[in-house]
Design a protein around this ligand. Structure first.
Ligand SMILES: CN(C)c1ccc(C(=O)NC[C@H]2N[C@H](CO)[C@@H](O)[C@@H]2O)cc1
Length: 467
């Protein structure tokens, strides 16, 4: 069992958890330019970007400032789209990338890390005449070959329509008719990476949102055309960007619900340690079907989370002990037991050493704010102390409203300090620290930094509210 697992198990669940037979957490993290291990907590921003003419989310800098003040997030999975990057074959829209870069600047000014998510659902807006069902791919890359697409109450049903399956089969070249589309996709990502290479706020690229294999499903898809596309795209990115992490996601069908992924390893062409991350989603079916997190539904959801955890750790290990970002999870937080479910997912991600981007930042019953801007129940639930950046190797940590415990092995070669976020609602006067020394306390940004320990030995610091 890895040190991370031992530490996490002790912190997260006591002796009982130590008997867990699941694979050990990988113990690897994305790092910032200073080399600190990053604990990433934030939102998907935002679903509204799927349909706007300019490709931008309906989201203002003031709304980001509010999110930062209310919850101390440090991460965003920012939705971009192939249709906006490459509106015509081989034509890359620099004005669109300007708009993306402006918003990346909002996050950068507040110390955020940004993961750019090439987002698709149901392939493209071109699958239906009104352009409102799917999103992501441009119309010129959407070949349905005249096959029909129906009209459905549940959006997921469109994935079973012949026209939609054919659009995916042509992209993956399962038909043998369109080998050029994957090359275009990789070059579109190269154009994005060329723009953001060296941008200190852009830490990662999430290559494709919730991939779907059309006729091909499961390992034959994931280990076949999906892994091949990721390799092609990673290679294209590395011709212009040697440092950003490349995040690869499994197919959504099944894996979102707790079944194993057959994704194959990606060879990272960069000089030095590989920077590949694994970015699955989790949406337990009983929650999606409206069951809530109570009674029998809760038992089924817990079984899903346990299965998902084990499969995720095994895939991350198979990809080369890569770091994990939970790219999406979310729910209608008016469901019974919703906040207990949110707590369960964050505790599981913490134990795994995974980053988290909640789905999503859009207003309404799934998000942190109402349409009128009023804060919802999610805000206090997500406003928790956490170690944003660790100057060394995190072994394990546990955050409760009025207590943070972090065990890590300091790395004296890292000049930047360990940073900890402390919520105003539970740490109004800052923190009492045991096991470490306070270097600074920024009451405005709610960030406390620790002085580097004198020895490289594993150390545990505990923070409780200052009186
Ligand atoms: C049948 N297939 C392929 C399928 C079914 C269901 C989802 C899904 O719920 N995804 C969860 C959330 N993720 C997207 C955005 O990435 C949201 O629209 C979904 O609610 C995905 C794929």
């Amino acid at each position: 069992m890895s040190l991370l697992a031992a530490g996490a198990l002790v912190l997260a669940g006591g002796v009982g958890a130590a008997l867990r037979s699941d694979p050990a957490p990988t113990g690897s993290f994305l790092t910032d330019d200073a080399g600190r291990a990053l604990v990433l907590r934030g939102f998907n921003t935002a679903s509204s970007a799927k349909s706007t003419p300019d490709g931008m989310p309906k989201f203002t800098e003031e709304q980001l400032a509010r999110e930062h003040a209310d919850m101390g997030t440090n991460f965003v999975r920012f939705l971009i789209s192939w249709r906006s990057v490459e509106p015509e074959p081989g034509v890359f829209d620099q004005a669109y990338l300007d708009r993306v870069e402006e918003r990346v600047g909002w996050y950068s000014e507040r110390g955020y890390q940004v993961m750019l998510d090439m987002h698709q659902d149901l392939w493209s807006g071109a699958i239906t005449p009104d352009g409102k069902t799917g999103n992501g791919a441009p119309a010129w890359a959407t070949y349905m070959d005249g096959l029909p697409v129906g009209s459905h109450e549940m959006w997921e049903q469109y994935y079973l329509d012949p026209g939609v399956i054919r659009a995916f089969d042509n992209f993956w070249n399962t038909t043998g008719e369109h080998p050029e589309l994957a090359d275009h996709y990789a070059q579109a990502w190269r154009a994005v990476a060329q723009r953001f290479s060296g941008n200190p706020a852009v830490v990662a690229y999430d290559l494709m949102n919730e991939p779907y294999g059309g006729t091909l499903q499961g390992p034959v898809f994931e280990a076949g055309p999906l892994t091949a596309l990721y390799q092609k795209t990673a290679d294209a990115i590395r011709t212009v960007d040697q440092d950003s992490w490349v995040c690869v996601a499994p197919q959504a069908m099944g894996v979102n619900w707790g079944t194993p992924s057959g994704l194959g390893p990606i060879d990272d062409a960069r000089d030095g340690d590989q920077r590949i991350a694994y970015c699955p989603h989790i949406y337990p079916l009983p929650m999606d079907l409206g069951g809530g997190y109570e009674g029998t539904s809760r038992d089924l959801v817990d079984a899903t989370v346990d299965a998902w955890r084990g499969h995720t750790l095994r895939t991350a290990a198979a990809l080369g002990d890569v770091p994990i970002i939970l790219g999406e999870f979310g729910l209608d937080t008016t469901l019974p037991g919703a906040l207990d479910f949110v707590e369960r997912i964050y505790a599981t991600a913490t134990e795994m050493g995974a980053g988290v981007s909640y789905w999503s930042r859009d207003p309404g019953s799934w998000g942190p704010y109402e349409e009128d801007g009023a804060a919802r129940n999610l805000v206090p639930a997500l406003d928790r102390p956490y170690p944003r950046a660790v100057a060394g190797a995190p072994i394990g940590w546990r955050g409760e409203p009025e207590r943070l415990e972090l065990t890590y092995r300091p790395d004296a070669s890292i000049s930047a300090p360990t940073e900890i976020y402390l919520p105003a609602r539970t740490f109004p006067n800052g923190a009492q620290v045991s096991g470490g020394e306070v270097a600074s306390w920024d009451a405005g940004a709610r960030i406390l930094t620790l002085r580097a320990p004198q020895t490289p030995d594993e150390t545990t610091v505990t923070l409780t509210p200052a009186r």
